[in-house]
Design a protein around this ligand. Structure first.
Ligand code: NAP
Ligand code: GLV
Length: 331
């Protein structure tokens, strides 16, 4: 068998690159490829597997002419890839689940606390020399304990967020597949049976003090949170998004925040990342992070390891440890 050939669109942490280099040849452009350069790399026939980032789009057009065996995405989410087109063109896709679940749930909770307790505003207040002593009316925020957390999506990260929220004494509601319904029985709930309550999407939206999004970006979840949903939320509620930006209509969110239809938002992801919707940066009751859900040293190292394992397996013609579309090679 010839030596595996990898194309890495952006450097990944150790042990990812050394693993790839030990298994085959690695091409990594100095400048991250734009869509045209990515397409040229995919159709060149020079590479077996592309090691990709969430900002690298693989659409049906690119996949039709691609001469690659696989795409190893450095992420659990894979909405940057048209998976149906990948499958139709016998391109296997791999991702990096589980290892980033806790870190991303931590960021969801961090955003809840930061918005609810006004941590960023208060930090700026101290740094800019405005703190002149304790006052009973200074930076009054919203309770976390006793508040109702609504989870849109109850998969790995939704559940890890529930675990943390229960520790804070929150009441936890969830909708597993919003806006639709799918009943989750006690056997599937496992450790959460009797501790969290499943509700429909409308009830989740209307009764949450913190509404936190944990669904993948798909055709069904694009703009799941739109102007109508924002209007149906409590005026005291806070929206948290660590899932994907386009799950929220960001222009509608800015309008809702300005109009006081909801009280605040904590965002790690953006509809047109890295651009922000007009006015978002100026709304005071928001905390905005630069897509750092999985950004800890150890988690990124584990993601790099999984990503390299997936890539090496695919280059050798073996189904990877974490396939998104194992059916891609069945025919
Ligand atoms: P997961 O375990 O697959 O959970 C996804 C949840 O969404 C499940 O409840 C699932 O329902 C539901 N769902 C699936 N397809 C849906 C659809 N079409 N419409 C509505 N609901 C749907 O995924 P995860 O590991 O928790 O990750 C969730 C997302 O978080 C990822 O896709 C990614 O976009 C995002 N993420 C972001 C960061 C960050 O850095 N901010 C880090 C990691 C992940 P079923 O159980 O019925 O399938
Ligand atoms: C990050 O956004 C991921 O999907 O892993």
């Amino acid at each position: 068998m010839s030596e595996p050939r990898f194309y890495v669109t952006a450097p990944i942490p150790d042990p990812g690159l050394p693993m790839l280099r030990a298994a085959g040849s690695v091409e990594m452009p100095d400048v991250a490829p734009d869509p045209a350069a990515l397409r040229r790399a995919c159709e060149s026939g020079d590479y077996d597997v592309i090691i990709a980032q969430v900002r690298n789009p693989f659409d049906a057009d690119l996949l039709r002419t691609a001469r690659i065996r696989g795409i190893s995405n450095f992420a659990v989410g894979y909405d940057n890839i048209d998976v149906a087109a990948a499958t139709a063109n016998a391109v296997m896709v791999g991702n990096t689940p589980d290892v980033l679940t806790d870190a991303t749930a931590d960021i969801a909770v961090l955003l809840m606390l930061a918005v609810g307790r006004r941590a960023v505003e208060a930090d700026t207040f101290v740094r800019t020399g405005h703190f002149s002593g304790w006052r009973p009316d200074m930076f009054l925020g919203r309770d976390i304990s006793g508040a109702t957390l609504g989870l849109a999506g109850f998969g790995r990260i939704g559940r890890a967020t529930a675990r943390r929220a229960l520790g804070f004494g929150m009441r936890v509601l969830f909708s597993p597949r919003p806006p639709g319904d799918r009943h989750v029985g006690d056997d599937e709930l496992g450790e959460f049976a009797g501790r969290v309550r499943q509700v429909g999407w409308a009830e989740l939206v209307g009764s949450s003090d913190y509404l936190s999004l944990h669904v993948p970006l798909t055709a069904e979840t694009r703009h799941l949170v739109n102007a109508e949903v924002l209007r149906a939320m409590k005026s005291t509620a806070v929206l948290i998004n660590t899932a994907r930006g386009p799950v929220v209509d960001e222009d509608a969110l800015v309008a809702a925040l300005k109009a006081g239809e909801i009280a605040g938002a904590g965002l790690d992801v953006y509809e047109h990342e890295p651009q922000l919707a007009a006015g978002l940066a100026e709304v005071p009751n928001t905390v905005l992070l630069p897509h750092i859900g999985s950004a800890t040293v150890s988690v990124r190292a584990e993601m790099a390891r999984l990503c390299a394992e997936n890539a090496i397996a695919m280059a050798r013609g073996v189904v990877p440890p974490h396939p998104v579309n194992p059916e891609a090679w069945r025919s």
